[in-house]
Design a protein around this ligand. Structure first.
Ligand code: MSP
Length: 650
């Protein structure tokens, strides 16, 4: 490894409080693609991931599960490691914050801060969000809730140690301003400066006393070290910070620290300040990527199987899942995950573009040349030159995009070559050339160029889809020819030897039937996402599960008009604006409770997926929801703020 330039990349360390969903896997897949790309292009790479195992949240969840926190986290960590294996995550180290190598260093870091006067003892009185493990002042709360996650906060009052953030605030601000690459993408930088640094940085509470699942403060063991100080340190403790002969000096500072945008404050304010206090250089780039959302909002494990990365990888292959995650969302922005968009990507990009290119080409090589790669002729036409130049130009473009962490754009660039190659087939119509003996040399050139282009594609694909290239090497006869698979081999065209034996294999990505898949996976969800519990059937009688509830499509609508229905004193015909230009007519039994004109403009809740029926000959396409008061009067349900018609209720 000596002499190679180094590249150190990290992911956040995950809370092993629950199994991960496909959104969590996103960061790790991106980091793995980056790490693999850097290895491929000649760097000495260190890729770190791990788990953040201490703190109140984990302690409480373990208690709720009736397990010791150690046992509780061990089970989930085993699962997480299996997931990374399944997704072909090739990390160099996996750190668990409960490991001795980490705990002992964090205790020393804390003691050093105390000795330097960075930490002092006081009393914390304020709010705490346990899911985020974050302290908030009254002023920072958003309508009484955690401003980050919107959940309930708790009031805590306890003796605590504080870190004097204010000591370093000016230095940090100056650093951020002088190092434009430090916080990426740039929009996130202003958010941090304006929301946290400019208004004046408050000292951070760095110990807790009301629970004990953490690293004890070495000189005051009633306190455990605040979980974020504990967790952030992993990026250096894992390298053996402070140990003789460790790899710390080789790899620190990190080149890229990938995180989700929700934990940017911890990584671009507290983390650099801790590093400054340790007299260490700061990471070159902290990149806060966007979130993977579901159409109906935030992703969570309770949303069932469709967000289970294990199931998705098992069913559709880890390469397909990796491709989707890396390609679908421009890295940095939020994106929507849906089974439909995932399956559509598989069908278009993987089955149609890539899969067809490989299968069509190899079918022709077998049919026209008995599976022996022909020698190309000497004459080149425009399409040959274009194909060759596109192939030769792609690696450099990809490299520069990857260096800016534009992973999706890099894949889009690679797909330009895939599509260019497919177009080359259409331009040259090899099946026509094959009809004419005199055109055999030309046919040979076309097949040779296609296979050489496939070699380029397979070599560049590897960081994103580590398995598929092997299946391609097998088909184009290069399984054992590593020197034709590496990045360097893409500097010149014509690497693959004429005469190489090629053979069509199984289709890389068979086409999927979208509707059938969606039905089946969502069906799978309904049965297998039942939480494990010991509650008996009788106790459950009369209850529905989440999936059953989710079958009801509840929405907000605005009343456009209402009128009485002839010969009925109960029914009103109500016309609704159901959002996105859709109008619905609903017959509601509320004539005895509301005058038609009272209803106009009201925002009401309605069931949008009831089978249409006719009442007194009038079509009703849904049902308004109303509560039945003790006095027998009905009260329509509504929303307590002005929400657009069509909004879903969950
Ligand atoms: N333990 C802390 C990180 C400590 S790092 C020193 C933590 N853990 S977490 O498990 O809650 O989240 C880990 C990462 O998953 C975060 O970067 C978070 O942004 C990311 N994501 C969680 N849900 C996500 C999506 N739906 N989409 C994309 N990333 C998501 O925070």
């Amino acid at each position: 490894m000596a002499g190679k330039e180094t590249f150190y990349i990290t992911t956040p360390i995950y809370y092993p409080s629950n199994k991960l969903h496909v959104g969590n896997s996103y960061t790790t897949v991106a980091a793995d693609a980056m790490a693999r790309f850097k290895r491929l292009t000649g760097y000495n790479v260190w890729f770190l991931t791990g788990t953040d195992e201490h703190g109140q949240k984990i302690q409480r969840q373990a208690e709720a599960a009736g397990k010791h926190p150690r046992v509780f986290v061990d089970e989930i960590v085993t699962w997480i490691k299996e997931l990374w294996q399944k997704l072909n995550i090739e990390y160099d180290d996996f750190i668990r914050t409960t490991e001795e190598r980490h705990k002992e260093k964090v205790a020393r870091i804390f003691a050093r801060f105390y000795e330097q006067g960075d930490i002092y003892k006081g009393k914390y009185e304020g709010w705490y969000c346990t899911p985020c493990e974050a302290h908030w002042t009254e002023r920072q709360l958003a309508e009484g809730k955690c401003p980050d996650c919107g959940r309930d906060v708790e009031l805590i009052a306890e003796e605590a140690y504080f870190f004097r953030m204010s000591r370093y605030a000016d230095r940090l601000l100056d650093y951020i301003e002088k190092h434009p690459d430090f916080i990426q993408p740039p929009s996130r930088k202003n958010e941090m400066i304006n929301n946290f640094l400019k208004p004046g940085l408050e000292d951070l509470c760095v110990s807790r006393t009301s629970f004990d699942w953490g690293i004890p403060v070495p000189f005051d063991p009633d306190h455990v070290i605040y979980v974020w100080l504990d967790a952030l340190s992993n990026y250096i403790t894992a390298l053996g910070y402070g140990e003789e002969g460790s790899i710390f000096d080789t790899y620190w500072p990190a080149d890229v620290q990938l995180i989700g945008k929700d934990i940017l404050r911890f990584h671009t304010i507290y983390w650099p300040i801790f590093l400054m206090a340790l007299d260490l250089p700061l990471p070159r780039t902290v990149f806060g990527h966007g979130w993977l959302m579901l159409q109906e909002g935030k992703m969570s494990k309770s949303k069932g199987n469709a967000v289970d990365p294990m199931m998705l990888a098992d069913r559709y292959s880890s390469d397909a899942l990796r491709y989707f995650l890396l390609r679908e969302i421009p890295f940095g922005q939020d994106g929507v995950f849906s089974l439909e968009s995932f399956l559509t990507r598989i069908n278009t990009d993987l089955a149609n573009d890539l899969g067809n290119l490989v299968s069509r080409t190899l079918t022709m090589a077998e049919r026209y040349f008995d599976g022996t790669l022909p020698r190309p002729g000497h004459d080149e036409d425009k399409s040959d030159i274009e194909l060759r130049d596109t192939a030769l130009g792609t690696p450099a473009v990809i490299e520069s995009l990857m260096n800016e962490l534009k992973i999706s754009d890099a894949l889009a660039e690679l797909w330009k070559l895939v599509r260019r190659s497919n177009k080359y087939i259409d331009e040259n119509t090899p099946w026509e050339l094959a009809k004419d003996q005199a055109k055999e040399e030309r046919l040979g050139t076309v097949i040779y160029n296609l296979i050489e282009s496939i070699r380029f594609i397979a070599a560049m694909l590897r960081p994103y889809m580590p398995r598929t290239p092997d299946r391609i090497w097998e088909q184009i006869g290069l399984r054992d020819q590593k020197s034709l698979q590496n990045w360097k081999s893409l500097q010149s065209w014509g690497g693959i030897e004429p005469g190489t034996a090629v053979a069509r294999g199984e289709d890389l990505f068979p086409r999927l039937n979208l509707q059938a898949e969606i039905r089946e996976v969502q069906g799978v969800t309904a049965t297998s996402a039942q939480p494990e519990s010991s509650i008996s059937e009788e106790e459950n009688e009369g209850l529905i599960n989440l999936e059953q509830f989710q079958l009801v499509d509840l929405r907000v609508a605005a009343v456009l008009s209402a009128e009485k229905i002839a010969r009925s004193d109960k029914l009103l015909k109500v016309e609704l604006d159901a959002g996105e230009g859709e109008k619905r007519q609903v017959v509601a039994g509320i004539a005895g409770h509301y005058r038609p004109e009272e209803l106009i403009g009201k925002r009401v809740l309605f069931v949008a997926n009831l089978k249409p029926v006719k009442l007194r000959g009038v079509l009703s396409q849904g049902m308004l929801l109303a509560a039945n008061g003790e006095d027998g009067k009905l009260a329509l349900t509504t929303v307590d703020r002005d929400i657009s018609p069509g909004s879903r209720i969950s």
